[in-house]
Design a protein around this ligand. Structure first.
Ligand code: ATP
Ligand code: MG
Length: 287
C-alpha cells in the first residue's frame, strides 16, 4: 500500500511566465494531518490546486491512491479529493446556501434523501443551517466568513477521502476557528486525510502531524512540528515561533527542551516545574 497522495518533481509556470512551483516532491499517507506553510507567493495555493486536478502537472507527476491525475481522470479523482479554495467567492455560486452545498452531492448522482441528509449534516457542522435559504453569491447577503463556512460545508457534503483547505481559518471569528478545529477533528476521526495551507503557526503547531514549509516554489523543509521552532528555518520562511514556544524562550531560566509548541505541552511543562501540589493548585509558577 503506497501513499495516498504523491507529488513527484512537480513544476508549474503560470501563463505570464511566473514560475510558481520549481520541483516539488512529497508524499502524504492516509489519515495524516498536514499543514503547508510559507510566505505569500511561496506556491501553497498553486500546489493545492494540483491535488485534485484543477491544475495539471506541466512537468512531474501527482498521484492519488497510486493513480496519476491526468485530463482523463481528473473528474473522477476530484470526488476523492475535495478542495476548499482560499477565496470563497471562487467557490460559492448557487442561488441559496442549501443549493450550493447540495451541488456536489447532486453531481455525484446521490438520491434525494441522501442529498438532504448530507446537506443537513454539513450545514449543521459549520453552523449555517439557519441561513440555508440565503443567497451566498450576493455579497450583501452573507459575510466573508459565512461564505467560507458554506464552502467548507460544500466539501464535507461530498464526503471525499482527502480534504484540502486553503487558508481555512482566515476571516473566521474565534468561535468559527474553534468550530473549524472541531470539524477537522471529527473528519480526522472518520479517517479523512486533511491538508491545509495556512499562515497560522499556532494552529499548525496544535494540529498537524506533518509540516511542509514552502518558499519560492520549493520545499524548504518537511517533518513534524519541531520544524516550527527551528530558528534559522523559521526566519528563512517568514514564519514565527508558536506563541506558547515564545513564552518559554523569553524566560531563559525556564529550560524546557524540546520547546513546547502546544498549549497542552506548555501546561504540562509548567506543571512539572512547580515544586509541589499546593502551588500547582494555586497556578503559581516558580522557576
Ligand atoms: N493566476 C496567476 N497568474 C500568474 N501568476 C500567478 C497566478 N497565481 C499565482 N501566481 C504567482 O505564483 C506564485 C505562487 O502563488 P501562490 O498563490 O501559489 O502563493 P501562496 O503561497 O498561496 O501565497 P499566499 O500566502 O499569498 O496565499 C506567486 O509568485 C504568484 O505571484
Ligand atoms: Mg495562497
Amino acid at each position: 500500500m503506497g501513499a495516498l497522495l504523491e507529488v513527484e518533481d512537480l513544476y508549474f509556470r503560470y501563463h505570464d511566465g511566473t514560475p510558481a512551483l520549481n520541483g516539488i516532491s512529497l508524499s502524504i499517507d492516509r489519515g495524516e494531518k498536514v499543514a503547508i506553510l510559507g510566505p505569500n507567493g511561496a506556491g501553497k495555493s498553486t500546489l493545492l490546486l494540483h491535488f485534485n486536478g484543477i491544475y495539471l502537472a506541466q512537468q512531474g507527476k501527482v498521484r492519488v491512491a497510486g493513480e496519476e491525475i491526468t485530463r482523463d481522470n481528473e473528474t473522477r479523482l476530484r470526488e476523492k479529493v475535495g478542495m476548499v479554495f482560499q477565496d470563497p467567492d471562487d467557490q460559492v455560486f448557487s442561488p441559496t446556501v442549501w443549493d450550493d452545498v447540495a451541488f456536489g452531492p447532486l453531481n455525484q448522482g446521490l438520491d434525494r434523501k441522501e442529498i438532504e441528509e448530507r446537506v443537513f449534516q454539513a450545514l449543521q457542522a459549520v453552523d449555517m443551517w439557519d441561513l440555508r435559504s440565503r443567497a451566498p453569491h450576493h455579497l450583501s447577503h452573507l459575510s466573508y466568513g459565512q461564505k467560507k463556512r458554506v464552502a467548507i460545508a460544500g466539501v464535507i457534503a461530498m464526503n471525499p477521502e482527502v480534504i484540502v483547505l486553503d487558508e481555512p481559518t482566515a476571516f473566521l471569528d474565534p468561535a468559527g476557528q474553534e468550530s473549524l478545529m472541531e470539524i477537522l477533528a471529527e473528519l480526522y476521526q472518520r479517517g479523512k486525510t486533511i491538508i491545509i495551507a495556512t499562515h497560522d503557526v499556532d494552529m499548525a503547531a496544535e494540529w498537524a502531524d506533518k509540516v511542509i514549509i514552502l518558499k519560492g516554489g520549493k520545499i524548504l523543509a518537511q517533518g513534524d512540528t519541531m520544524l516550527l521552532v527551528q530558528d534559522t528555518l523559521v526566519k528563512d520562511a517568514g514564519l514565527r515561533f508558536p506563541v506558547v514556544s515564545q513564552v518559554f524562550q523569553r524566560i531563559p531560566s525556564l529550560v524546557v527542551r524540546p520547546l513546547p509548541r502546544t498549549v497542552d505541552e506548555a501546561a504540562n511543562a509548567i506543571a512539572t516545574l512547580l515544586p509541589d501540589r499546593k502551588e500547582k493548585d494555586n497556578h503559581r509558577i516558580v522557576s
